[in-house]
Design a protein around this ligand. Structure first.
Ligand SMILES: C[S@@+](CC[C@H](N)C(=O)[O-])C[C@H]1O[C@@H](n2cnc3c(N)ncnc32)[C@H](O)[C@@H]1O
Length: 305
């Protein structure tokens, strides 16, 4: 459906809305200034960017290089709505984590896809901080793709995909594919999406996919009542507190918000399920608990030969 609350912009749903978030309005974006134009004091969140992640490069250098606007909070999928500098820093942390993983697994990173990239929280850093020539992003939300097309350099290629697992991208295109907080929301066609990411990866390529797994479940069990993710699960399932007294209720448990439309679920995976199902496509190198945001884990895999 149209994202505008303005009735003047209301339109009847179309078939595209069933299979994608087809925000075709021309409502302008309310961008904020770029990090390079913001006061340095605002970039003070040492919990996000640790010295191990930053290495020898001072944070100021990363900030100066990023001259792209920051999207309005309504265009960034709930990430740090009241804290623009933190939005920049969480994306930078994820970019640096990917670079570290590439180095650790001796991957020459020349081609990269961020699947479910939204308005480029992570991709902006690949554009600002790297010379990687072959950069792609895709998302089911056309408004995000429009934002990126308006604000990112031409070397980034962008695709508004739909929920049917088929990317218009050639086989063996990428050294690394990431999906940050995307498989945590894909309710149907998960295995077909895994196969699709497998297809576009080069032989030996790596995937970096975030999940809600047992580590997340344990964090939820220990979380206090103000925890945002706990609240989201409770909103979807009134019996969630009862479920949380036990282990993950199914090897893959999907909590749906509505009966129709894509991108309407919270999904939890057990590690055994990830090994059994995702492990058919990727050699699972690691599952790093609490490595994305404050509750998600990261599955690092290598395309099976
Ligand atoms: C929680 S947001 C995370 C956004 C971004 N990856 C980040 O970390 O900032 C999930 C994103 O995945 C997108 N998405 C959900 N299902 C998708 C699908 N089947 N194909 C592509 N994108 C999808 C949503 O539109 C949304 O932008």
């Amino acid at each position: 459906m149209n994202q505008d609350s303005n009735w003047a912009n209301f339109r009847m749903p179309t078939w595209e809305d069933d299979i994608s978030l087809n925000h075709d309005s021309t409502t302008p974006f309310n961008n904020f200034p770029s990090p390079s134009e913001m006061p340095l004091e605002e970039f003070n969140a040492k919990d996000v960017l640790t010295p191990e992640l930053l290495g020898d490069t001072p944070l100021e250098d990363f900030i100066k290089r990023d001259t792209f606007p920051i999207p309005d909070a309504s265009d960034r999928e709930g990430y740090n709505p009241n804290f623009n500098a933190r939005f920049f820093m969480t994306g930078l942390a994820d970019f640096l984590k990917i670079k570290q993983v590439a180095q650790q697994y001796e991957l020459d990173l020349n081609s990269y896809l961020d699947f479910g990239c939204a308005s480029g929280r992570v991709l902006r850093h690949f554009c600002a901080q790297s010379e990687i020539p072959n950069l792609w992003g895709s998302d089911i939300n056309g408004r995000h793709i429009r934002w990126l097309n308006d604000n990112m350099p031409p070397r980034l290629k962008l695709v508004h995909n739909n929920c049917i697992p088929q990317l218009p991208i050639a086989d063996h295109s990428f050294d690394l594919v990431s999906a940050f907080s995307v498989f945590t929301h894909i309710d149907t066609f998960e295995t077909a999406w895994l196969a699709e990411l497998y297809r576009v990866l080069k032989p030996g390529g790596l995937c970096y996919l975030t999940v809600h797994n047992e580590d997340t479940w344990k964090l939820l069990q220990d979380a206090d009542d103000n925890n945002g993710l706990l609240k989201r699960f409770r909103d979807v399932d009134p019996d969630f507190d009862e479920l949380l007294k036990h282990d993950i209720p199914q090897e893959r448990k999907c909590f749906r918000y509505t009966d129709v439309g894509p991108y309407r679920a919270l999904v939890v995976h057990s590690n055994a399920y990830l090994q059994k199902t995702w492990g058919r496509f990727f050699d699972i190198l690691e599952i790093r608990g609490k490595h994305h945001g404050y509750m998600q884990s990261v599955l690092i895999g290598r395309k099976k030969s």
